[in-house]
Write a protein that binds this ligand. Sequence first.
Ligand code: IFM
Length: 448
Amino acid sequence: MTSDTLTARQPPRRADFPADFAFGTATAAFQVEGAVTEDGRGVSIWDTFSHTPGRIADASNADVTCDHYHRWESDLDLMQGLGVNAYRFSVAWPRVQPFGSGAVNPAGLDFYERLVDGMLARGIRPYLTLYHWDLPQPLQDAGGWANRDTADRFAEYASVVAGRLGSRVASYATLNEPWCSSILSYQIGEHAPGLQDRRAALSAAHHLLLGHGQAMSALRGLNLTSQLGTVLNFTAVSPATQAPEDVAAARILDGTFNRWFIEPLLTGAYPRDVWGHYGPDVPEVHPGDLELISQPLDYLGVNYYTRNVVTAAGEQPTPGAEYTEMGWEVYPQGLTNLLTRFKRDYPLPPVYVTENGSAFVDIVEGGQIHDPRRTAYLQSHLNAVHAAMQAGVDVRGYFLWSFMDNFEWAHGYTKRFGLLYTDYKTQARTWKDSGLWFQSFLNQPVLP
Ligand code: IFM
């Protein structure tokens, strides 16, 4: 099946998915909460980074953003009205441990306890991410993820959170997108802490995976009924031509972006070709690290947005393809391809598509936001998930990024991914047409 046939298919039907399939939206603490100095919250690397001139496209910060810290109840009401049965959110480490280790701030845990209980009261299952990039600044001052000790600190923090929230949380994810919090942050320099050092980036990537492993062990020790896993981001990679140099470039991009993270987790080894490619910058791996990293997962979270078409000379746009405001090609087939490939190549646990979504320019017209391209993106990717399921992949849920427009990291407020339009001046939230379509989909009959 080609991308075109996926796009052209009929809109998906709720009955195409099992009754207990998790349908939700996703956010992250730093992107929506605001209230950065309230109730004992410490400083995170993203506070520092976003207040550094030149780092954020529109010179904004997330001091207030969607003010979800104060508006969480009405936000959960909106979510309930949407008809989702799950919500993927993250906990801000500096709210729980303002200095990244040691002293716990009870007010921070209280907030997440209210949030989790608020979801449960509304029939929404909590899918909690422990690390969505807001590292406490004191840990960065000690080297951040390039420092192996940060993995220990992370496991300690994970135990504190799960010790309080326990099995009320349906699913704990240790990390969100470690490629972003290592390569994009320590090598490319676009995300906090904004370094450009490949060796440090690979060290950070290894320590993130190690932190995941240590946190998994700690959480297993709590005997929760919650599902335990982690979330990786993937890109579909295609060579622009079948010329050997383009094929080799595509293999390396797939290796550095996708295989470098999924293979240690699912097979207990870094991919040999990429290890060779990185030469002297490879991380120091201690005996036992890969065993910790590759311990069994209850699920793998898959974040998918786009594909990259590559030549030996770099990336290349696809003629005639649609691109989002992020400059990302709309390529639903890539999601089906990745999922079926992972099932073929690895001992793949059950999968959740933990993020998928699109940024487009939104215009408010008479109180309405007509965003047919976002609706089409959502529909075509739901069809892509369904196609993977029909091909035998055990997909258990889908989370749309994002519930509402929010702080898009280095892009500030210039990119809107939400099903809800956020008016940052008034904090009014308005359903876009895509949100209304998702609501109608979620409210269709479910097969018994
Ligand atoms: O906003 C981000 C999110 O925090 C992580 N995954 C990708 C999204 C869109 O860029």
